[in-house]
Design a protein around this ligand. Structure first.
Ligand SMILES: Nc1nc2c(ncn2[C@@H]2O[C@H](COP(=O)(O)OP(=O)(O)OP(=O)(O)O)[C@@H](O)[C@H]2O)c(=O)[nH]1
Ligand SMILES: [Mg+2]
Length: 475
């Protein structure tokens, strides 16, 4: 799927459409040569003479094709020497560029036609169109980024919340890679010892070595498990948290959704069974995206439409990161409420005693003991700010904001950590059971390899292909 690093690649690096400026990026050994075919510096100097990392005003001119002599350029449809646009051009000499190769960026006006013609001309004069993510892939292959950093580039582009962006930037800085590499290095040291033991001593590794080995493997295991444990929060930071509002009919679920959204999104009426479908909207809670779902009130009903709605409520409920159970706080709890409260067991949740603007009657109900409950009024807004803080606190431990904390956001990383932890657990068991060094080393090796997949020290073309094909062209 990917060509050799000797190729010079080019692509439009900005989104296609109308834009103030648009950028064509060239990377590879021929970047300057190819660009100089289309770029005429206003200073009349040759492009090859400009200093690295300096910006130059230029005209973009369709050159006469090497293959043609009738003066008309077959690819662009414009005659040779036609003026395409004016542009700013920058040359970034290897290795001080994003790809660690020679890079030229041509910044013209952001019209799809101009940018397309620039690319076509570059291809005609020796460059090749880049595959999706190929610039970032080159940064990885040339050792400028490890694989987790390359993935963080994509996370940065895709971040939709400030929390997601913060975590992506930490990964881009290499925080995760450093921690993982440290654990891997200590495992490689263990391996070297154990393997030396296998090679040079006839009998099994000594007890003293065994203690030291256990300590190191245990430490690595703790690091891996600690990282693995951050993955759920990581997913929430990256994709947003699924928060589902449930409750029996007419307690004010849709009113709560509208209040949190600050708009009249869902229909609210005094008739029980108003909401029939799941309604999803996103809110930003201090930088964290919440995907909020309002659902049909749960009750026994003969109405087929409502039954379907209740089925969907249950599906949404199963997938939620957190449940907001709304009850009518102005009336005693019903059996249905108590049933719903029971279903919250082992789930992250808040209980909201709504209609606090009316008489408050349920606050002291025994069924609420052990639940975090809040008196609110979806109608007047009483208590809503407290609910928002409680939501955030429940979804995130808060630790991710501390500068040194690392959160795993990527499923691929989580899977690798999970495999590493399993192998290390196995290795520890083998050591404790007095197994032979060979057996211990198999598991330690498996763990080290799994960790190596995160940073890309251990990788396959298939893994790389999968990762980089998700990128846009030009990145
Ligand atoms: N007084 C008062 N009335 C409220 C409050 N919240 C909702 N209501 C009223 O309760 C009724 C039902 O509100 P909805 O938001 O439609 O309730 P729901 O839980 O979505 O109901 P279903 O969609 O039928 O399950 C409406 O008449 C609302 O005006 C509140 O905080 N105080
Ligand atoms: Mg409703």
């Amino acid at each position: 799927m990917y060509g050799a690093l000797e190729d010079t690649i080019c692509a439009i690096a900005t989104p296609i459409g109308e834009g103030g400026i648009g950028i064509v990026r060239l990377s590879g050994p021929q970047a300057l040569v190819v660009a100089s075919r289309i770029v005429r510096l206003r200073s009349e100097r040759p492009l090859s003479s400009i200093s690295s990392h300096t910006l130059h005003l230029a005209d973009l001119v369709i050159p006469a094709s090497d293959k043609q002599d009738n003066g008309e350029n077959g690819h662009s449809g414009l005659p040779a020497s036609s003026l395409l646009d004016e542009a700013l051009v920058v040359y970034m000499k290897a290795p001080r560029s994003f790809t660690a190769e020679d890079v030229v960026e041509i910044q013209s006006h952001g019209g799809a036609l101009v940018l397309g013609m620039v690319c076509k001309t570059c291809v005609e004069f020796g460059a090749r169109m880049a595959e999706p993510g190929e610039f970032t892939k080159r940064a990885f292959l040339n050792g400028r980024l490890d694989l987790s950093q390359a993935e963080a580039v994509l996370d940065t582009i895709r971040a939709t919340s400030s929390a997601g962006l913060l975590v992506a930037q930490r990964h881009l800085r290499g925080d995760l890679a450093r921690e993982v590499e440290q654990a891997r290095t200590s495992l490689l040291m263990v391996l070297a010892h154990v393997e030396a033991g296998i090679d040079f001593v006839d009998e099994d590794i000594s007890f003293l070595q065994r203690d030291e080995l256990t300590r190191i493997v245990r430490e690595a295991c703790a690091v891996v498990r600690k990282l693995e444990a951050t993955a759920q929060e990581g997913r929430i930071l990256r994709e947003g948290a699924h928060v589902v509002i449930i409750g029996r009919p007419n307690v004010g679920k849709s009113s709560l959704l509208n209040r949190l959204l600050r708009e009249e999104r869902a229909i609210v009426t005094a008739t029980p069974g108003t909401t029939r479908d799941v309604i999803e909207e996103s809110i930003d809670l201090g930088g964290l995206t919440i995907r909020l779902m309002d659902t049909a009130g749960v009750r026994e009903t003969d109405d087929v439409v409502e039954q379907e709605g209740i089925k969907r409520t249950r599906l949404a409920q199963d997938e939620a990161d957190l449940l907001l159970l709304v009850v009518d706080g102005s009336a005693p709890l019903s059996n249905d409420d108590i049933e719903l409260l029971r279903a919250l067991k082992d789930r992250k949740h808040l209980v909201l005693l709504n209609k606090a603007d009316l008489a408050v009657t349920v606050e002291t109900d025994a069924a609420l003991v052990g639940h975090a409950s809040y008196s609110i009024s979806a109608k007047t807004g009483i208590g809503i700010e407290r609910v928002k803080s409680a939501l955030r606190a429940q979804l995130l431990s808060g630790g991710f904001e501390a500068a040194e904390s690392i959160t795993v956001t990527n499923v691929r990383h989580r899977d690798a950590l999970c495999r590493a932890a399993e192998s290390l657990g196995q290795a520890l068991e083998s050591v404790q059971a007095g197994m032979a060094g060979e057996l211990v080393s198999i598991d330690v090796r498996a763990a080290a390899d799994a960790l190596g997949e995160i940073t890309g020290v251990i990788t396959t073309d298939e893994i790389l292909g999968r990762i980089f094909s998700e990128f846009c062209i030009g990145k």
